[in-house]
Design a binder for this molecule. Sequence first.
Ligand SMILES: Nc1ncnc2c1ncn2[C@@H]1O[C@@H]2COP(=O)(O)O[C@H]3[C@@H](O)[C@H](n4cnc5c(N)ncnc54)O[C@@H]3COP(=O)(O)O[C@H]2[C@H]1O
Length: 661
Amino acid sequence: MNKKLSRMLESNLRFYFLCLLAFSIAAFPFNPMLALTEGCITILLFLWNRNSSQKRKKSILQYIDNLTGSVDSANKSTLANSPLPMMVFRPESGEVVWSNEHFMALSGVKEQLFDMRVDDAAPDFSAQWLLEGKSVSPNRVTMNGRQYQVYGNLVRTKDRQSHMVATTYWVDTTDGDQALSQYQMSRPVICILMLDNYDELMKTIPDAQHSALLAQIDEKVNAWVSGTNGMLLKITRDKQLFLFEEQQYEAFVQEKFSLLDAIRDIKSFEGVAPTISIGIGKDFATMAELYRHATLSLEMALSRGGDQAVVRNKVDFAFYGGRAKATEKRTKVKSRVMANALSELIVDAKQVYVMGHAFADMDALGAAAGICCAARKRNKAAFIVMDPERNACKELIERLKECPEYENVFIGAHDAFLRIQPNSLVVVVDTSRPDMVENPDLLGCAGRIAVIDHHRRGALYIDNAALNFHEPYASSAAELVTELLQYLVEPSDVLRAESEALLAGIVLDTKKFTLRTGGRTFDAAAFLRRAGADTTEVQRFFQSELDEMVNRYGIIREAELYRGDIAMAVIEEAGVDRITAAKAADEMLSLRGVRAAFVAYPMEQSILISARSLGEVNVQVVLEVLGGGGNSTTAGAKIDDMGILQVKQELMDAVDRYLEN
Ligand SMILES: Nc1ncnc2c1ncn2[C@@H]1O[C@@H]2COP(=O)(O)O[C@H]3[C@@H](O)[C@H](n4cnc5c(N)ncnc54)O[C@@H]3COP(=O)(O)O[C@H]2[C@H]1O
């Protein structure tokens, strides 16, 4: 080190002295006296320079020595007098090498911790994070009832006993942690409670009993909020605002928002049970944001059929309840308002693109044809975006293509993407999930988006739609579009093929008017009949090939009864067709005693599930946990990254959880 330092400090004058000496020697033959004098002076100068540079080197080395000495002793004193509790130990053996007084004081050890192990001082301390090269402990360490954040570093030693020594610094975070937790626990949560069927209840029960029923409801709500130190405020006749602290929230989750059951259990005098929807906003910074998200959650609860709690936190939506069968709560006024809004959107747009879910079925196509009819009436070009191969309605497509109005109407997803312009309107029918549409990219290119759907809304939905006609009580998207058409066109404007496509959509989703069929479904069917739909023609779309029938019974043969009344057919080999699986699930419901049916089968890289129920078991709730969706009686799911047997197990677990909760 000294040699290196000397070399760095030494100015390299040797070369100059050698040059001067060479000049003196060269001058000697011409002037020996002058050459000798020059030579002597050069040698004297060299000696003087060497002497003085040695003195300088010595004093610099002395200075450096002093400096490192001070740093060393400062280091030692820092270790000993550090205001932070410190402890040095061998991570391999856990043996404590040294600790300062602060550490001893907080660990409660009187003497130096020689011959002691880290576990003796801090039993829940683990050195794994140090061995993994981290410098901060991932969790707080508790010692003598206080919490510490431990920082540290690992040094390799030449010691034979142990190769590593860890130095740790312990920062007491107890007070900070307590303050943070108190702050988090006292964060406000905004909850909006809304009676789903206020108008219906008021209409159906005699006036004299109104106040008794409302008093019963108020009593249940007050009992639910009592003991929470929250604040309950009536905002309208059917809505209340409930403000409470975060620390109460977990209790509501634990008791699964029991208010839902308590309200449903109120026996109204005319047999109409009141139901309530709960929308909660939490984890947002301001009151305005909390309120906005509580409103959004309430909207979500209502759009999923009401009688449930929806919680919107920073990351996601969470759903509770919503297991009761949805009852019709639509109003004709809403349909008229929606029809006017859709008409405006069509008139404003240059072109209209209609798309349903990928692998479109007759409901998606029927609804799309209805929108084309409304656009045609307004002289706007309309296109149906649909994969010509991957769909479940080929015959219906052919039937529509026979009409001159449908020449060039069907286009593929890729063509639509190339043609769409910023002033185009995209109408999404029969789904509201952006990941399920025929071409999700179109949603990003459209000037405006309108969504018409009848499925229960999931956590993922198209949230930037200019128009959202979402009615989970409707039987089908075709029924909703038919209802809009009644305000947008005359029956004579609807092509016969269009009316049959719409009727086929309704027939498919209601299983020939047996499931989810309400008064409005028959109204829509009557309008379609007036528009020329032939029911025997529609029936023709549902005829199946012999092969398909054989395959369907092949699936049913694999069915087993789970828990006595849930039919489950799990097909391990590939080759099952979607429609055949859906029809098999439908048919399994006709077995005596069966309440719900599931068919699981592999398709390409995924496993698909088709689920059907008679209404008592909400199959949408069962499949939602597996990432699926649909309606209470008709649902489906697509599961990636799982084998068929694992899906079977997950499905059984989901059924167990549903039935046991
Ligand atoms: N990956 C996923 N994630 C979330 N939700 C999912 C999903 N896959 C399916 N769903 C939902 O589940 C419902 C049932 O789908 P599934 O394929 O069993 O059954 C479909 C379809 O395969 C079936 N189908 C089509 N053509 C048919 C025909 N000719 N005869 C009988 N059934 C037919 O009718 C049902 C129409 O159901 P709908 O569109 O109302 O509703 C669908 C859809 O909304």
